[in-house]
Design a binder for this molecule. Sequence first.
Ligand SMILES: Cc1cc2nc3c(=O)[nH]c(=O)nc-3n(C[C@H](O)[C@H](O)[C@H](O)COP(=O)(O)O)c2cc1C
Length: 409
Amino acid sequence: MSSSSLQGKRVVLVVTGGIAAYKTCEVVRRLRDHGVEVRIAMTTAATRFVAPLTFAALSGQPVVTSLFEGGSPEEIPHVRWAEWADMLCVAPATADFVAKMAHGVADDFASTLSLANAAPTLVAPAMEDDMYRHPAVQRNIATLTGDGVAIVGPATGSLASGRTGPGRMSEPDEIVAAALRVLRHGVIAADLEGQHVVITAGPTYEALDPVRGFTNRSSGRMGFELAREARWRGARVTLVAGPTSLVPPAGVRYQPVRSAGEMHEAVRSVAADAEVAIMCAAVCDFTPAEPADAKLKKGARDRIDIPMVRTADILASLGTSAERPFLVGFAAESSGLREHAVEKMECKNCDMIVGNLIGGADVGMGGHENEVVILDRQGGEQQVGRSSKADVATRIWNAIARFREQASR
Ligand SMILES: Cc1cc2nc3c(=O)[nH]c(=O)nc-3n(C[C@H](O)[C@H](O)[C@H](O)COP(=O)(O)O)c2cc1C
């Protein structure tokens, strides 16, 4: 991901008193790798878990832990810090601190600063599963969401107590990705709250024999970023992905598949109640007609002909389904991008299509960046210049939100 546009952006990071505070050290390092300046405020409880000195060294700035007993040379530091920030991030956010934010309590430096802050805010809750499930905590998180605060996580997994469940702070990668997203595009709208979104990603693998097969260069990254953004916007996300080495985004329902046939089955079984479906996978069009049960021997032959048959057209079958979701297709073309994409949108009965040209180092299929055109069936067209796939995913969801809002008027 290019870091240039974030050079000099400023984040105030509030660390509160949970075990996960040690993971926040990594968040600071990675934000700074992107050129972001970081100032850290700690609650008194947080200082029992990680020494302020550690955060001071990692951020290169004094750490403030008290409203009245300095650390900062400024007058009224909580106000100055709030003015300084392009973004406020709370990680880990204890149940206690979430409650304070939801109710406007300001009784220490960190909470007073949070109340004085008007910049976009990101909160990464971290607590035991019973605390997280408590109706009071759920109410407070809902209040923050209603106030426009973006919530990242928590993840489900092993907890400090040795139990397993929801409440684990999101991994530093996930928090940093969300922070970069907020710094680049502003507040994350909760416009997909309560909606089910189905996304396909990656290549498919069509077996020829038990060890060989046909596939393509798709990494799955574009679809994974679309899933991550949808989750941040509040959707319940099902991600159906062909073979890829990527780690699925936190909080999405992940359904790994191999072949086009398996992908079709998986999509059919989950799409019935979906409000939006984005078919981003690079599905192989053909599959060996009769895959061999045993490894094919080369023998004496110097040529092999492999009969192939068409795979199911997943996009087209969704386009003709009775309860059709808002349907977005992808068109990867070698030339004539616009014409082919429009044709595909029409013949597959999609609402929107995202076209990208294949080719170019590190752009499009297999790369980290993409350059696309977003077309909709009302004739709308938006060019998205070369940028990270995370950025492109945000813009695609913005375009979907705009289109759906106009259509509902
Ligand atoms: C060992 C230990 C671990 C704790 N971990 C958490 C935690 O992960 N999440 C949480 O909400 N509270 C946790 N607590 C409780 C908080 O530290 C406590 O509620 C404290 O008052 C929070 O203060 P703060 O919100 O000002 O940082 C933990 C307490 C102890 C003793």
